[in-house]
Design a protein around this ligand. Structure first.
Ligand code: ADP
Length: 485
């Protein structure tokens, strides 16, 4: 695969600064592993402050030109980029599976989903309207102009190596911003291929830059720089808090997509088949490694036993293996630390009275494979219901009343996605309103699309990505008052 991708120019191992492929200035590299085999895929440039500084300068210089192009011009370049991403969906999908581990079908799905943001914002670029406001005084006129914030630093994680970049870069470029992306060191190849295709689509040098290596150093430099006006981050709550604190020094705009602790609530009056299908999809997508994955299932007592039986049967049939193998729906976890976290959460739950119904241990395949797991008699006090599991483990909690379900669901510092299953219209509205979450799926377990605002409340983050609202994160509002008319 690597040889084939190399010959097509999509396999890059250097950083991308000012439209050029650049080695780390001190020649340092880091190895990137395939989590499904434990083998080294290749080494990539390991960059730090100096390279970041140059990437910021490139982005700053390019901003002058890019922000002054007409929206129609920016739009057509983004559209070309979108077309190239779609044209190369197979190769991009292979890169994702190679470095991240998710099944190829899911990886190609990520490319389609992620490319959707480039297409959507190519269109929205042309619809960034201002306002004219009625003036309180007869000789004045008030206008509102929307302008790009400037250079953006985008720090992204490994679980969606493609889509979490396009979800940030799409709206940023549409608004006229330029970007320095720092992808996860665990999954840099997808990001570099995305940059290569940007270059081919006529996105000018410096508009998009990619640096990777020493994450804290690169992060610090992006935050300290007065030329960077905005930080957008997807990742852990702990790192997000640090970035937000550091951004205060230069009062940067900040968008954060942090962890979730999604409740999946099934009421007695739900359609069991619908809930069952959705719960498996929502929990086990990407082996549980998405921030909107179900973290806790809350099932009402009337259908609790029936659900556990049906759910366990479905989970037992999930095929674990290398994401390139036919029929596999569960790839490996990203690394050993991820497996150890899952193990310790499962142990804590068992020690506090929960029962393993299916799975509950490392998979026979070894490495970082973990058995798809169902845990019954879970309680919201257990660590497994309080922390983000980020693995293929489904703790199921029993509840009695609607009020109790809402109370359990909201008893967390997170507030990203929540799901509820009921056939009662009034209840679906009531519970949706009561849930302290940024996104609610009603009889639906997969929420995301480029047209829908994605984001959380409480400690799950700030700002929204996708949709028309996603543009606001990259725009400043300027009010112009014309006097003495
Ligand atoms: P995850 O659990 O998804 O790996 P992290 O928050 O650790 O979440 O990582 C998300 C992104 O943040 C990655 O690109 C990682 O390299 C980066 N990162 C981690 N620590 C820091 C830091 N101190 N400063 C800036 N970026 C960081």
């Amino acid at each position: 695969i690597v040889a084939r991708l190399k010959s097509s120019g999509l396999f890059q191992t250097k950083g991308f600064i000012g439209g050029k492929w650049i080695d780390a200035y001190d020649g340092k590299t880091i190895e990137v592993n395939n989590p499904a085999t434990g083998e080294v895929i290749a080494s990539v440039a390991c960059m730090g402050e100096k390279e970041t500084q140059d990437a910021i300068s490139s982005a700053y210089d390019a901003f002058g030109h890019w922000s002054k192009l007409t929206a129609v011009d920016r739009s057509s370049r983004l559209r070309k980029w979108y077309n190239l991403l779609i044209e190369h969906k197979e190769e991009l999908g292979q890169l994702i599976t190679l470095e991240q581990g998710k099944p190829l079908k899911e990886a190609i799905g990520e490319v389609l989903y992620g490319a959707g943001f480039i297409e959507f914002y190519a269109e929205e670029a042309k619809r960034i309207y201002g306002d004219i406001i009625p003036s309180p005084l007869p000789d004045r006129r008030l206008f509102v102009l929307k302008q790009p914030v400037g250079v953006v630093g985008a720090i992204t994680p490994w679980n969606f190596p493609f889509a979490l970049i396009t979800r940030k870069v799409g709206p940023a470029l549409a608004c006229g911003c330029t970007v320095v992306v720092k992808p996860s060191e665990l999954t840099p190849f997808t990001a570099l291929a995305v940059a290569e295709l940007a270059l081919r689509s006529g996105i000018p040098p410096g508009v998009l830059n990619v640096v990777m290596g020493d994450a804290p150093k690169i992060g610090n430099y992006l935050l300290e720089s007065r030329q960077v006006r905005k930080i957008t981050f997807t990742g852990s709550i702990a790192v997000g808090k640090k970035l937000m604190a550091s951004a205060a020094e230069t009062v940067k705009k900040v968008s954060l997509e942090l962890g979730g602790n999604a409740p999946f609530i099934i009421f007695d009056d739900a359609d069991l088949e619908v809930a069952l299908k959705a719960s498996v999809a929502s929990k086990f997508r990407n082996s549980g490694q998405t921030c909107v994955c179900t973290n806790r299932l809350l099932v009402q007592e009337g259908i609790y036993d029936k659900f556990i039986t049906a759910f366990s049967n479905a989970v037992q049939n999930l095929k674990v293996g290398n994401g390139f193998s036919e029929g596999v729906s569960q790839g490996p976890l990203i690394n050993e630390a991820a497996v150890q976290k899952v193990e310790s959460l499962v142990q804590d739950a068992i020690s506090k009275g929960a029962k393993v119904v299916v799975g509950g241990k490392r998979h026979d395949l070894g490495l970082t494979f973990y058995e798809p797991t169902v845990i019954s008699d879970a309680k919201n006090e257990m660590l497994i219901a309080r922390q983000e599991i980020f693995g293929p483990v489904a703790p199921v909690i029993r509840f009695k009343t609607e009020e109790e379900a809402i109370q359990i669901a909201n008893d967390t510092d997170s507030g990203l996605a929540a799901y509820l299953f009921t056939n009662n219209i009034q209840r679906s509205w009531r519970v949706s309103e009561a849930l302290e979450y940024g996104m609610v799926g009603v009889n639906e377990g997969i929420y995301s699309s480029e047209g829908a605002p994605f984001g959380g409340v409480k400690q799950s983050g700030l700002g929204r990505e996708g949709s028309k609202y996603g543009l606001d994160e990259y725009l400043e509002i300027k009010c112009i008052c014309m006097g003495n008319m």
